[in-house]
Design a binder for this molecule. Structure first.
Ligand code: SAH
Length: 420
């Protein structure tokens, strides 16, 4: 989502002037730091990063802090880093041109409605088009700061999404990647409070009807909204990539309740089982938080059990991090850091073990790979429908193409193979 917000800012800047991108901060006239605030660590890094830019930047170059940390820190950024010229919240991206013109500018209104704003066109990767289909989040997960930085959930009108998808696909982006904090809750509320005309499953079907679209991905769906209609569309539509993200967070029903996730361990397992049955070739990835306040050893074992049962192909796992504005930050039954680190390691080690069991099975299998980028040593990389990264020897000629690849050397994170 941040990548897309950055693309939107670049597109806006380019409306009237030409901005060239540079990786060398010393060369830049404008330095944009697009931030996250989901965990504490990146927020701490922000100020040391600003310090580095201040030290090395060109005389007169402006610095803008954007995104979720901008939303929640606001004025404090100017206080702690007076060299910053503007602070632009995650829902105020469209104001970037106004921001760069002023000596000092702050816009962090989380009620600002950009859901139907027609951003300019810019894509870092011409082969893949990220499209925001909703902004904000209506969930009230106890650990999560996002509703406080991105505001309430508003869906983008489907006509705009379809137009953007068609335009991107016609210009070469065979893959459409739909984005939303709660992506499969699409259509619940449009700007002004009206309900949308179509739901997420129907939106997927409509996007798949665009001839030039060959692949559709989306993130992040919420397990609670994985109803049968959604699973059926996912499993049966050949253009929808067979990779599902199912953020578990915890396997313990008691902790899920304290987290206010709205589902139980059994419900999650039932949905995952149904998905495996309906779409046996699909991969399932997840997000897991260990050591949420009150998590006992038994609760943690529940999480380990779910991992064992679902056999996730990929996990993103985190130690719980207390975030300002969230209800969990008030909880006093915290888990000590040593236990938290141990649980994270136990979880990650076992998942590495699961991957060691799964990965060898990919040897000699043939996958359809969409090539998106070049890597070192004359390698080209792409993804299978399941979202596995595949590398083969090759160059430019492969980019933007879908090829059959036979896996010769499967590794945990990269499957090496040959085009066949
Ligand atoms: N809207 C998405 C989450 C986006 S944040 C969803 O509900 O799936 C991505 C992940 O960061 C979350 O799924 C969660 O696992 C993790 N996360 C969020 N808040 C956290 C916190 N306070 N501490 C640790 N991890 C957190």
């Amino acid at each position: 989502m941040n990548v897309r917000d950055s693309e939107h800012m670049i597109a806006e800047l380019n409306r009237e002037e030409t901005y060239l991108l540079t990786k060398d901060a010393k060369e830049a006239d404008l330095i944009l730091i697009n931030t996250c605030s989901v965990r504490e660590k990146p927020v701490n890094k922000l100020f040391s990063e600003i310090g580095q830019f201040v030290k090395h930047k060109k005389h007169g170059a402006k610095i803008g802090v954007c995104g979720c940390s901008a939303s929640h820190l606001g004025e404090e950024i100017f206080k702690r880093a007076p060299e910053v010229n503007f602070v632009l919240g995650a829902r105020n991206v469209s104001k970037i041109r106004e921001a760069v013109l002023k000596e000092r500018f702050l816009s962090i209104d989380i009620n600002y409605d950009e859901s139907a704003y027609a951003f300019g066109e810019f894509r870092q990767n011409p082969y893949k088009a990220y499209i925001n289909i909703s902004i904000g989040c209506d969930k009230k997960c106890a650990f999560c700061i996002v509703p406080h930085t991105r505001g309430e959930e508003i869906s983008v009108p489907h006509e705009l999404i379809l137009k953007e998808a068609a335009r991107a696909a016609k210009s070469g982006a065979k893959e459409i990647f739909l984005l939303g904090q709660n992506v499969n809750n699409y259509g619940r509320r449009l700007s002004g409070g009206k309900r949308g005309e179509i739901n997420f499953s129907q939106l997927l079907v409509k996007i798949a009807e665009i001839d030039e679209v060959e692949r559709i991905r989306f993130t992040s769906p919420h397990p609670l909204h994985m109803d049968d209609e959604f699973l059926e569309v996912f499993a049966s539509n050949p253009k929808i990539c067979k990779s599902m993200h199912m953020p578990l967070q915890s396997g313990s029903t008691a902790i899920l309740k304290a987290m206010r996730r709205g589902y139980t361990k059994e419900w999650f397992l039932e949905r995952a089982k149904k998905l495996r049955a309906m779409s046996p070739q699909a991969s399932i990835s997840t997000d897991i938080i260990v050591a949420f306040p009150g998590e006992s050893e038994r609760d943690f074992m529940d999480t380990m059990e779910v991992m064992e049962e679902v056999r996730f192909e990929q996990i993103f796992s985190f130690k719980y991090s207390a975030r300002p504005l969230t209800t969990a930050a008030q909880m006093t039954n915290t888990v000590n850091n040593k236990t938290a680190s141990l649980r994270l390691k136990t979880l990650q080690d076992r998942h590495a073990g699961l991957l060691d069991e799964m990965t060898p099975n990919y040897k000699d299998r043939v996958f359809e790979v969409y090539f998106e980028e070049l890597r070192e040593n004359k390698m080209a990389a792409g993804r299978t429908s399941q979202n596995f990264t595949v590398c083969v020897e090759g160059g430019e000629e492969l980019l933007g193409k879908i090829k059959n690849v036979k896996i010769t050397r499967p590794q945990r994170l990269i499957l090496y193979g040959q085009v066949v």
